[in-house]
Design a protein around this ligand. Sequence first.
Ligand code: SAM
Length: 269
Amino acid sequence: MSHFKDPPKKNLGQHFLTDRSVIDNIVHALNLKPGDNLVEIGPGQGAITFPLLKKHGALTVIEFDRDLITPLMEASEGIGDLAIIHKDVLKVDFAKLAGDGRVRLVGNLPYNISTPILFHVLEHAEAIVDMHFMLQKEVVDRMGAEPGSKVYGRLSVMLQAVCQVTPLFTIGPNAFRPPPKVDSAVVRLVPKPADQIGIVDPALFEALVRNAFGQRRKTLRNAVQQLCSGDDIAAAGLRPDARAEQLPVSDFIALANHLAKHAATAATL
Ligand code: SAM
């Protein structure tokens, strides 16, 4: 008999995976190695959890829904070593969780808070080997978009600056209970080593990207005028009349670093 009796909760973004081949594809994409410290965000009723536990022997899960904690624990008996963290994932300190090592993250994320989860986990990027996340396809499209694409924007630049982003496969609504209204996709994110990222002032970089895409139709000079002048943009090697959606990630980093150094010089004058 199933340990799970409660119906899916809409407010927690609960769409449970039921398609065995999708579950197998996710487990396969992970390419688990002995000793990997694997952490799943939002195990739900265990669609991915139990196949992973069977294969890997040990797994930590983070689940916010209290009604799922006991059933998950009971259902894991005899399968493997399941550690359950009953907490809002946005309050989890992944650096602490990783201890001296690093974790691998996996999850069919609650779509209503998927972007905040992405930004939260990336605050602890140095503690993470990689992430395999299922999200709305539209969000994965934005994450992996190239300059010039209609969906290239703040999310693309912020993520690609710090991660390698690889969309893996698309899943239709019928793979879930209840079916969501949108298509889904699985994406692999691999944080870049800190010395490869080269962002001098992350807060300034974030502000620059936010302003640049705040009004997409404006030229860069007009969009970021609160942060710098057209001369600053030109001095960083960029065209002030370009539009944010045309610029590669490296240009945003070059401009932010130019401003950070310029400001640092000004402060010491
Ligand atoms: N992994 C399961 C599956 O694929 O069937 C469930 C996926 S469901 C889309 C998302 C899961 O995230 C649910 O179990 C939900 O309760 C959980 N969740 C929602 N908000 C959360 C939060 N803030 N912190 C941790 N888990 C959360």
